[in-house]
Design a protein around this ligand. Structure first.
Ligand code: MLT
Length: 411
């Protein structure tokens, strides 16, 4: 008899964005005439940069010729891409990363979900609350989170509330935690931390031999000074932090799939006898066993992000999305809705009117204005009474959505 991994049975409901998709499909069936505007899942809508398309065309041609054909890619990524990542994303900011500390992958989602495999099952995880659900669900699947309670919390997870009351800045936990998930600019709140605030986490991790899993997928959206672009800008972070980056939101690769994870060789996890193990080495071993790399064509496309044209093109697209963010922020504010984020991130986090339940507001917005957003409570208990909109829509539909908020939503 094949027995089930019972941890999977403990998971509540669907994956958040699958649940939203299901509800939207039900609504569409009942209202086929509705013109739905989707500002729910953070999926990009602008086409890939021309520089990436050209590079991928060339790579396709190379794959068709015997002398330039490539088979399995390197597990950790091609050196041509890794060198560009190091030079543009780190060296330009004065950060030294070595080639064998960068692992190219098919997504920050899969990397942030998979990395927990390298940690013992008794590790205590801490997450900001609200949080990108992948961190928690992947740990739940591994049996690390305890029992899911009626309060929407897992019994063994340490939640770090980030609400308007604390300006969305997570406080250090009272108890000792082992794995700390931080995502800044934050998904879903769109808020950021300063270097000094991040430093407290690095110091905590050093003092407690914890590891910080730092998701930096929205780094390209940082506009303000004094917002760190990488956790490695913080002194000491090389000893305790892993950083996840992605071309998805930076260059429109959500459907093309390319990302990377940086694991400095100093980062250690410990055997029961106290012996230190290199997380970098363990990840290489894991990836070589379970992952066959990102296709040559896609990595050539990602490399082109770092050309002069590529940089110009991604900046233009990011500017386009950030103008959407401004339109949403200003529009919602003008009708008295309290909004956060949307300045250094493509997400606008809003307080539901009259403290309405997040899912009730989801239904109201869908039925009255035919707009899809994401209920804050789907990101964790502290997201209750909040709601997320993405700036990744087209300009016209973003403007139309704001108009519908003003004219169709019965507030
Ligand atoms: C989101 O909407 O939170 C993101 O699109 C999810 C993701 O990047 O996987």
């Amino acid at each position: 008899m094949a027995y089930v991994n019972e941890n999977h049975l403990k998971l509540p409901g669907n994956y958040l964005f699958a649940e939203i998709g299901k509800r939207v499909n039900l609504f569409k069936n009942d209202h086929p005439e509705a013109k739905i505007i989707k500002l729910g899942i953070g999926d990009v809508t602008r086409p890939l940069p021309a520089a990436c398309i050209d590079a991928m065309h060339r790579a396709v041609d190379e794959m068709g010729r015997e002398e330039t054909f490539r088979g399995y890619p390197e597990y950790e990524g091609y050196d041509f891409l890794i060198q560009k990542i190091i030079e543009y994303d780190y060296l330009k900011r004065g950060i030294h990363i070595e080639a064998d500390e960068v692992f190219v992958s098919d997504g920050a989602k899969s990397d942030t979900a998979n990395i927990q495999e390298l940690f013992g099952s008794d590790n205590i995880i801490a997450v900001t609350d609200p949080v990108y659900p992948v961190y928690v669900d992947s740990n739940a699947m591994a049996g690390r989170t305890g029992v899911y309670g009626a309060d929407g919390k897992w019994s063994k997870v340490v939640y770090l509330p980030c609400t308007a009351e604390n300006n969305f800045v997570p406080q250090l936990p009272d108890a000792k935690v082992d794995m700390i998930y931080l995502c800044f600019p934050n998904n879903p709140t769109g808020m950021t931390l300063t270097k000094a605030q991040l430093k407290k986490w690095v110091d905590y991790a050093k003092a407690n031999k914890s590891v910080i899993l730092f998701d930096s997928a929205y780094e390209a959206y940082i506009h303000e000074e004094d917002v760190p672009h990488s956790i490695f800008e913080v002194e000491g972070a090389r000893e305790v932090a892993v950083e996840f980056r992605s071309f998805s939101k930076t260059a429109g690769f959500t459907g093309t799939r390319c990302a990377y994870t940086v694991i400095p060789k100093e980062v250690k996890v410990f055997a029961p006898d106290g012996e230190a193990q290199s997380l970098n080495r363990l990840w290489y071993r894991r990836q070589a066993t379970k992952f066959n790399g990102v296709s040559y064509i896609v990595q050539r496309g990602a490399e082109a992000v770092y050309t002069e044209q590529g940089q110009k093109q991604i900046k233009a697209t990011i500017g386009y999305y950030m103008e959407n963010a401004r339109i949403i922020r200003d529009g919602l504010k003008s009708i008295g809705i309290q909004v956060f984020g949307g300045v250094n991130a493509p997400y606008i986090w809003l307080k539901t009117p009259d403290g309405m339940d997040s899912w009730a507001f989801f239904d109201k917005l869908l039925s009255e204005a035919n707009i899809v957003g994401t209920p804050g409570s789907g990101f964790g208990p502290s997201g209750r009474g909040y709601f997320r909109l993405t700036a990744f829509g087209g300009r016209e539909s973003t403007e139309e959505a704001v108009e519908r908020f003003k004219t169709r939503l019965k507030l």
